[in-house]
Design a protein around this ligand. Structure first.
Ligand SMILES: NC(=O)C1=CN([C@@H]2O[C@H](COP(=O)(O)OP(=O)(O)OC[C@H]3O[C@@H](n4cnc5c(N)ncnc54)[C@H](O)[C@@H]3O)[C@@H](O)[C@H]2O)C=CC1
Ligand SMILES: O=C(O)CCC(=O)C(=O)O
Length: 528
């Protein structure tokens, strides 16, 4: 069945065509995002949801999204999606981190000129027939200091444009490297230095606990008198009430805002001030940017839904279309090794150690680790998946350790999963053979060779004569057919294990009889 995607915001129609061309069914309902009830009603019918910023993906919506596998944001900020809730539900959230950066940087530059020359105010006055030539005295930008808070994708483009305008560009960004700053022709400074020196401040960070109110009343007071402030990033980065007061006092000469702490902004402390220029979150609103992000999000979502390739996910490592088929059998192996260990573990797991040896160590092991953890915890938590597994493990205080190394034994690739509880440590290893099927090759250090099958029995016993015969007759008498039988032991007369594939389920009474056979230590049914 073809996957189904809902587009619930105003995306460029280019996205619809991409989905159709890729064989994904698509419903384009550009105004639906604003209708929470309707969205909640129908979201259960879709595998993918493509949005811009009007659709709010809340825990309530996610609760109803029983089929949803991926949310694609045609844009950068994913603050309209509850990422922890989506992750807990196993839904990939992807954005398009570059498609609208140039356009948004251009908007910030346009805002800077609008402020410097009061273009919107002069336009309104001129069109009102006033011809107020003396009222609109501007400032020249050449040689002025542009202070950029947040010098990532967009901030860097603004920096380059600022350098091109012959401004002195300084940037505050704790994650900006000295080399990158040098490349951009930017001076990296601390926030207080930026505040003291900048003639124009422009913000380009996401809204986080750390950046919220980065321009607080206190920091605005530290800024140079006559500073102009631009926010084309996110509402909430600037204390709007404090900024209004600073505009009223003349400490701040002008402010240009595209984003507001509450959107849609129908009322705002900044509205009505003569030196304020506002736009309704238009930073990304050019036909070029909208086409870019729509095409990109539709491609990314189709890739994921059709082949498992993941790009630009904010809650999962990327997997290219080339990597996805190589990774697939190892994802299955990791998940099954996890499941094997999970079905045999009854006490609290403290640590899971996953070692990747040989060729598999060069693949995206983060994805494999997530698969292993999902398999391990699934016996306890039915609806866990590879996306939600790491956060669920963290929530439960399970330490997940991952090691990669060169091949040391008989196999090109080997994955070993070790579960550590308060009372024991148990390892299981597996590989993928040339036929693409995952196999168990060692349990607790004892060599075996078994494929995973829907219904299996795991028996540990003392390595003494008579077990196999009695066991086979018991199952035969109960009418249970043995499909495959794999044996291993640590030494002659020592500990032995058997992995038996049976046709159909193992009735509880037969299991009890197996458990009471001489020399049997434990017998556990397994399902894969
Ligand atoms: N107005 C609009 O329509 C649009 C707004 N945006 C918004 O613009 C913002 C920036 O986007 P990008 O440049 O693509 O993001 P980015 O992730 O490439 O850059 C953000 C930068 O902020 C820096 N940063 C993080 N915490 C910081 C802190 N405490 N202090 C200083 N710097 C900090 C990071 O190191 C990074 O370099 C985002 O909030 C995004 O949502 C993006 C597109 C359109
Ligand atoms: O989709 C839009 O118009 C908003 C873009 C935006 O804010 C973003 O990409 O972060």
């Amino acid at each position: 069945m073809a996957p189904r995607v809902l587009i619930s915001d105003k995306l460029s129609a280019a996205a619809v065509q991409i989905f159709k061309d890729r064989g994904v069914e698509v419903d384009f309902q550009p105004d639906l995002g604003k209708d929470k009830e309707k969205l909640a009603e129908i979201i259960g019918n879709y595998d993918g949801l493509a949005i811009r910023s009007a659709t709010k993906v809340t825990p309530k919506i996610l609760e109803k999204a029983t089929r949803l596998k991926v949310i694609g944001r045609a844009g950068i900020g994913v603050d309209n999606v509850d990422i922890p809730a989506a992750t807990a539900k196993g839904v990939i959230v992807m954005n398009t981190p570059f498609g609208n950066s140039i356009t948004t940087a251009e908007h910030a530059i346009a805002m800077m000129f609008a402020l410097a020359r009061q273009i919107p105010q002069a336009d309104a006055s001129t069109q009102a027939g006033k011809w107020e030539k003396n009222r609109f005295m501007g400032v020249e930008l050449t040689a002025k200091t542009l202070g950029i808070i947040g010098c990532g994708n967009i901030g860097s483009i603004v920096a380059e444009r600022g350098v091109g305008l012959k401004m002195k560009v300084i940037a505050y960004d704790p994650f900006l490297s000295a080399e990158r700053a040098l490349d951009l022709g930017v001076e990296k400074v601390e926030l207080d230095d930026l505040l003291a020196r900048a003639d124009v401040i422009t913000l380009h960070t996401p809204l986080t606990e750390k950046t919220k109110n980065v321009l607080s009343a206190e920091n605005i007071a530290k800024a140079k008198k006559g500073v102009r402030i631009i926010n084309c990033a996110r509402g909430g980065l600037v204390d709007e009430v404090a900024l209004r007061a600073a505009l009223d006092s003349g400490h701040v000469a002008g402010a240009a805002f595209d984003v507001f702490s509450e959107e849609p902004a129908e009322a705002n402390p900044l509205f009505g001030h003569p030196n304020v220029v506002c736009t309704p979150h238009l930073g990304a609103a050019t036909s070029e940017a909208q086409e870019n992000v729509a095409l990109q999000v539709a491609e990314q979502m189709s890739d994921y839904l059709l082949s498992g390739a993941i790009s630009n996910a904010v809650n999962f490592p990327s997997i290219t279309a080339e990597e996805a088929p190589k990774l697939k059998p190892f994802v299955e192996l990791a998940e099954k090794l996890g499941s094997f260990a999970g079905q045999l573990t009854e006490t609290d797991i403290k640590t899971v150690r996953i070692t990747y040896e040989g060729a598999v160590a060069d693949l995206k092991v983060k994805a494999l680790t997530s698969a292993a953890v999902a398999g391990l915890l699934r016996p306890a938590l039915a609806d866990i998946n590879v996306v939600s597994a790491p956060s669920v493990a963290k929530e439960r205080g399970i330490v997940v350790e991952e090691t990669t190394r060169a091949a040391t034994g008989d196999f090109d690739s080997l994955i070993t999963l070790t579960v550590v509880t308060d009372t024991y440590e148990r390892s299981v290893s597996g590989t993928v053979f040339a036929d693409g099927h995952p196999r168990i090759v060692s349990i607790k250090g004892i060599k075996v060779d078994a494929e995973f099958a829907p219904s299996m029995l795991y028996v540990t016993n003392e390595d003494k004569p008579g077990f196999i015969g009695r066991f086979a007759s018991l199952l035969g008498d109960a009418g249970i057919n043995i499909a495959t039988f794999a044996l291993g032991r640590d030494r002659q007369g020592g500990d032995a294990i058997a992995l038996i594939e049976v046709d159909g389920a193992m009735p509880a009474e037969v299991l009890t009889e197996v458990q009471s056979l001489p020399h049997v230590k434990q017998a556990r049914p397994l399902r894969f």
